[in-house]
Design a protein around this ligand. Structure first.
Ligand SMILES: *Cc1c(COP(=O)(O)O)cnc(C)c1O
Length: 366
């Protein structure tokens, strides 16, 4: 007890980011690639919540020279984080998936950012600004989100443009047997052949890498797998990149029948013991985990009872010796980010990109 009372001054919740795991995950993908294909890293949305300014230099040190972000400002930050690495021969390309928005073409060039041109409009704009500045052209092969349509490609004139890659994106890569994968692969080959020019090509995200070397082309763009999310429907080959834990701030013995949490939605009767754990939806612990989620205290799985609140959850610890000050694992050895996502009826991407700002962040394994 005195031990637990003495840790009052320590953080209430801790997010550990395992940089060695991120590095190993990148190397895992690179090792799988077809000869001659390069491995990029997708570090958009602050490296899926883990911290792009810290993750990007770690991957640079492993040999990564291609980075994808979604926004101009994200690209500026990644460029800044790599500024000590710009010795000759260390050229880094940073590509902006949303295209030339949010800053002038001159600013893209000044910051060394390469836009992904997603439409004829984008291409015309880029040509009118600085046709010599590098760009990626994105063609749509069936996702109908971003990129030139097959009709656009038919009459496309890329002459005079400095095209680094032609890329497309898979809609169902994580479903290995989905027929859409082969359809998109075939469409990608047909459309890029139509373009005629010798072009470097990029199709695969993390899941696409797992589909095999036919999907690798010249550059792959893994994101989720770097951060420990399972990139396919087989056994997860990635290493968990985050440990998230929060402390028990109160223990309550239930002495008479009552309810737990907002809306009195959960009924509890003695004998029972509840613990309040300092993580809530303001920390990215999604409210949709109500009725499904669990935390792990001293090896025991403890179900969340009642609704997830802003700063806390209440868990059933009747079967444990949990005490005030104990750590509850939210994401870690016992439950992966994909497990937690399933409990909240979402995907690991949404869990990571919502990771809160109130955790004490600790970067390990640098
Ligand atoms: C986000 C994104 C990726 C990375 O996808 P993961 O599934 O996280 O590996 C690759 N390419 C494009 C176009 C993306 O938007």
């Amino acid at each position: 007890m005195s031990n637990r009372m003495s840790n009052r001054a320590e953080p209430l919740s801790v997010l550990e980011v395992h940089l060695d795991a991120v590095a190993r995950n990148w190397l895992y993908f690179r090792k799988k690639l077809k000869n001659g294909a390069d491995c990029a890293a997708v570090v958009k949305a602050d490296a899926y919540g883990l911290g792009a300014a810290i993750v990007a230099p770690v991957l640079f040190d492993q040999g990564c020279r291609h980075f994808f972000v979604a926004y101009f400002d994200e690209g500026v930050d990644v460029r800044k984080s790599l500024s000590t690495s710009t010795l000759p021969g260390n050229d880094v390309d940073i590509y902006v998936l949303n295209g030339p928005w949010g800053a002038s073409a001159a600013d893209f060039v000044a910051h060394g950012l390469t836009p992904v041109l997603n439409s004829i409009d984008d291409i015309q704009y880029w040509r009118s600004q600085d046709s010599n500045a590098p760009a990626i052209v994105h063609i749509d092969t069936g996702m109908n989100r971003l990129g030139l349509s097959p009709d656009d490609v038919t009459n496309l004139d890329l002459s005079g443009l400095n095209i680094r890659y032609v890329m497309s994106h898979l809609a169902c890569g994580d479903e290995t047997a989905h027929p859409k994968n082969a359809e998109q692969l075939a469409a990608f080959k047909t459309l890029t052949t139509q373009l005629g020019l010798p072009l470097r090509l990029s199709l695969a995200n993390s899941a696409g890498i797992m589909l095999g070397t036919d999907y690798h082309f010249d550059l792959v763009r893994p994101g989720c797998g770097l951060y420990g999310i399972n990139p396919w429907d087989g056994v997860n080959p990635m290493q968990g990149a985050v440990t998230l834990k929060a402390r028990v701030v109160q223990i309550r013995e239930i002495k008479k029948a009552g309810t737990v949490g907002y809306g009195a939605s959960y009924s509890v009767a003695p004998p029972a013991k509840c613990a309040t754990v300092s993580v809530g939806y303001a920390d990215g612990y999604l409210r949709s985990a109500t009725g499904q989620g669990q935390v792990v205290i001293d090896g025991h799985k403890c179900p969340i009872i009642g609704r997830v609140s802003m700063d806390s959850v209440i868990v059933d610890v009747s079967h444990t010796n949990a005490q005030t000050g104990d750590w509850a694992e939210i994401i870690g050895q016992t439950q992966t980010v994909d497990d937690v996502a399933a409990q909240a009826r979402t995907i690991g991407y949404e869990i990571l990109t919502n990771l809160g700002r109130r955790y004490k962040r600790i970067y390990t394994g640098a």
